[in-house]
Design a binder for this molecule. Sequence first.
Ligand SMILES: Nc1ncnc2c1ncn2[C@@H]1O[C@H](COP(=O)(O)OP(=O)(O)OP(=O)(O)O)[C@@H](O)[C@H]1O
Ligand SMILES: [Mg+2]
Length: 585
Amino acid sequence: MKNLLALKPYLVRHRKTLALGIACVVATNFFAVAAPRFLGEAIDLMGREFTIGSILSKAALYLLFAALSGIALYLVRQLIIVTSRDIEYDLKNDYYAHLQTLSTSFYDQTGSGELISRGTNDLNAVRDFLGPGIMYSINTLFRLIFAIGAMIAISPSLTLLALLPAPLLSWAVYRTGVSIQNGSRRIQENYASITNLVQENISGIRIVRNYNRESVEVDRFEALNREYYDNNIVLTRIQAMFMASLTALTALSLIPVVWAGGLNVMQGTMSIGGIAQFMIYVTMLSWPMISIGWVTNIVQKAAAAQTRLREIFDTKPEVTDQAVRPGEGEERVPSGEIVFERVSFSYPSQPDKQVLKQISFSIEPGTKVAIVGATGSGKSTLVNLMARLYDPDEGRITIGGREIREIPLSSLRRGVGFVPQTNFLFSDTIRNNIDFGRGGSGGLDVIEASRIAMLYDDVVDFPEGFDTMLGEKGINLSGGQKQRACISRALCWNPPVLVLDDALSAVDTATEARIFDGLLEKLPDTTVVLISHRISTVRNCDRIIVLHDGAIAESGTHEELLENGKFYADLYTMQLLEEEISAIS
Ligand SMILES: Nc1ncnc2c1ncn2[C@@H]1O[C@H](COP(=O)(O)OP(=O)(O)OP(=O)(O)O)[C@@H](O)[C@H]1O
Ligand SMILES: [Mg+2]
């Protein structure tokens, strides 16, 4: 429940509209409770001398008050429900903007379906609280105040009788509330799991097909969906029981009122009109009683949802601009010198396993350096640290002479063109994927970039060239074309440092070497850090760093390393053998 208080700033932002909404709540209840008085008076008039005119005037007043109550209720909805939509809009934007700030390590550990479900289902539950939840609670409060006030004015003792079941009601509301909150939490969790499963299955549909997993996945979905269904049924049952018992309780409270009220009328202490008016108030109370249950339900659901949203909002980005000195220019992109000084790193999910151990090296601007090493030796991790996808646990990394923590993230990432090992293209045109909304700002244009990455000739053959749509609404590129599109994207800013993490693994050895040779030739001033498993690709680099089990095992030129006769030389011999074997076969 404490979590719901975190929504205060959003409510404060809309305080004027909300205050007006509350004023309308007061008005609608005032008119609604005042109206039956004219009905009571009309009934009392009937017992005496009356004229059609006097009855009609009471009826007109009744209608007027009922209409005013209706108009105020319309305004309440317009003001409060619309505000809840405005807050939902703000919350959604804030949620998405917050997701953009979170670090890579957070995404390592949280499923995307889970995040989607929190941003939709949970956020909707919170919106229900902010709109109907708040509206009905204030409405219930004023309905109770006005109606009970009017009842006391007619007969305090009868009011006491009518309210006798109230403590029983509070107890029932409290007990059911707990069950509803638990049920809602289970349902939201089920929903998140279902979203995750669907999201992963659709993204990985090819793997599912290739491994004939369709029916297994359908069964997994069915099991989760069944759990979701069962939990929903349980919750609906609790809610139905709750509503039915509340209605029964309010009906029961009419019995003593009719009995004692009838006695009062017979004794002449109350008029028939008075008792009629009183009975209207008792039935009028049944709605607030029911809505107490309903509001409790909304609040409990929102509390559960808000807890799940807070978990995301309270997650702080690990990689930040905190160490950047004020006034450090955004636009100053670092130059291409890279220095690692005794850098060590472990992934947050496995703090005991050191993935990089005391790594030190320096790369002169404009040089081309390759990193090789067995799978899992830490190559990707090392380059991820350069772009600050993670921060090292120990040691310093400087680019262009400045420690990277002190460079604004936006400048750093402009300065380090990064092609990660697992690439990703959006469902958009090839041009937009390469340019990525940067409008060639200060760098190369799409055509130049794609020429350097040797993608150009492939794309011009497509019917719509660079305007060809990719992904869901368009064609699919081949693995090698995808990789070259990703390289083009990194080149667009013409960054001083270009990192290529196994970026051409999907093309054949000869083409990879040819593309890289072209790339190195056309980018004489760019520092290139190249990860590849192929000697044919890395042999022409100025320097080759060999990683083994998270540490630098050796480094030097191709010739120097061959002379060394260690890891690199072994790798070379093995690949030569493989080539010979494949040439024979
Ligand atoms: N996000 C992560 N969380 C936890 N451990 C990770 C993560 N990414 C990588 N690792 C671990 O860190 C080690 C180094 O991984 P890394 O991806 O840097 O290897 P690599 O040299 O790039 O391998 P490859 O040649 O297969 O790409 C591996 O043992 C891997 O299991
Ligand atoms: Mg890797």
